[in-house]
Ligand binder design. Sequence first.
Ligand code: ADP
Ligand code: MG
Length: 719
Amino acid sequence: NFTHSNQQHQINGKISNYDSKANLFARRQKIQHQRKSLPIASVEKRLVEEVRTNDTLIIVGETGSGKTTQLPQYLFNGGFCHDGGIIGITQPRRVAAVTVAKRVAEECGVELGQKVGYSIRFEDATSSSTRIKYMTDGFLLREALLDPHLSRYSVIIVDEAHERTVQTDVLLGLLKSVQKARSRSISEPLNIDHTKANNGSLLKKENAVQGVSILKQHRGRRFTPLKLVIMSASLDARSFSEYFGGARAVHVQGRQFPVDILYTRSPETDYVDAALITIFQIHLEEGPGDILVFLTGQEEIESVERLVQERLLQLPEVNQKLLTFPIFSSLPSEKQMKVFMPAPVGFRKVILATNIAETSVTIPGIKYVIDPGLVKARTYCCQTGIESLIVVATSKAQALQRSGRAGREGPGKCFRLYPESEFQRLKDSTMPEIQRCNLSNVILQLKALGVDDIVGFDFMEKPDRIAIVRSLESLYLLGALTEEYKLAEPVGNQMARLPVEPIYSKALILASQFNCLEEMLITVAMLQVESIFYTPRDKLEESRTAMKCFSSPEGDHQTLLNVYRTANEFLEKSKIGTSKEKAEKNLRKWCKENFINGRSLRHARDVHSQIKGNVEQMGLRVTSCEDDMLQFRRCLAASFFLNAALKQPDGTYRVLFSGQMVQIHPSSVLFRTKPECIIFNELVRTNHNYVRNITRIDYLWLPELAPQCYTLQESESWC
Ligand code: ADP
Ligand code: MG
């Protein structure tokens, strides 16, 4: 019997094997066909030659022409990795780095993490054999801290440069100087100090990856030249070309079918509802083709997803063939890939995306675009020094990019959920992020890279001087810089190396002194992810009751800690006697019952394990303050003192450092109690200035724990 069943199994195995091989072959052929038909494919040889002859090249090309997925492969085949060099491609967005790397690995027929891989904060899918490496621009900046010459890279492609994120802008400046330094090393005489080299041996090429210590010892080391490619979807190549000393720019033709643009007659009061109505209008009245809806963030996407599903159930069964696919940055990567899969026959896909689908990723099959004309953007107020994320109108350039997504494979339609007169009032293009964000993080990175003169740094567009001074000041107050604004050793360096914003890295470093690093690691991890609590509008009361089980009268930080720990205990318990998968499934169920956002919690656990690794590598002691939560709150006050606020007679709060007036967000556990003095982590600007993630502190702790910022006399005039 056993033999028989085994045989059967083998036969089955063979059949399915045969089947999957045939499938695989067909899929590979299809992919090769798709690759060849991309607009960029006809200029492969020319592009490789352009990179060979120009150290810096600007490539401008319409979205979807194949720049991101194809150029690295062309350069690999063109011999740019021959001596072991890596082709690095930076993306402003994590999702793009991950999904594109997966796609390119498949196109190359290799396993992800081998020849083709990606590295993003909190996630690494590369190995020593990786030659085409996708990463975020922030990741490459951090890598430069360990390898200032970026010596492992033969080519660096800065992709989506038109987005002008703050990290891209800093990277452009850095790459310019790395490129110069590497060319200089070639013309200088070789000067190796034999006595200092490892085992007295000369540095061989294979040793290049061995590490920083060797690199630093060989001051006279020769580097290969660094090739730079700047890719942009905007047609304005001039500014990039000028910045790189008149670098050559080439244009890759795209393919664009006509897109019918429709506007609403009057402004919409509720764009989420308007989007919902439009989705169903298209679904019921228009021909086949998928729908792409631009929304502003995870919460909105998840609520639209639920609303679509609810409304679908009210339709007759024949009309229910509509599938929703969300895509946003904190979505687990296996789910992100789902948006690229074709819908089953007879079904229509509706993709609910953040700005990510504007230019970073191209999803095949889109024929209809719904554009409410909004985007979540960082803004920074120089006077108060406070940065916040707010929903703002897109620019004309963004609106055009969005509508263009409907016309890639055939004529399409774009439904702008605002009147035409409003389009005319939009700004032509978006202001570079560097001119509207808190600069503390990048300034700390630059300082750690040895760039002391921030004002004199070769930025493509200089940030506001006041913004620079403000950030220098807050870095000094956090202890990352000295009074002369030089990097403070070792704290400044440690802070720069941790992959979180300076105030959080400060909190982690301080926590080891306050004996509560275990608690702080959890708290910081939970603060990096989007909304842990899930409060559906129709179950508001139930979700509030569920939240009460975790809430701490001291504030949201301890509440988050309680959620994390309770979830962990639950997971550990359910692991006993069952498989890991089953335990994870139980946890998902537990999250649902407790109105916890399972995805966010999982993300927080990943972040936690990475930053725990980081602080351990630094030699910090991970201990717990056990029940002494006073210690933990004091540590929060010592870390987040820049965000301390005092209650005013009318129940609002005044931020002590900036003087700004704020209110406690209704989602905070302290919304009703309104303590005298608080610290907070986030400012949300809607119709009010709301603060979130709050803990109650004693205001007398401020002069004691942050004397560089507060003195006792001042405290009397605080109110
Ligand atoms: P560009 O960078 O010029 O905007 P891309 O290289 O991103 O263009 O995209 C080229 C083509 O590859 C597009 O047709 C897109 O649909 C396809 N593509 C990219 N990623 C995937 C994926 N994960 N699955 C299927 N197709 C993809
Ligand atoms: Mg691209």
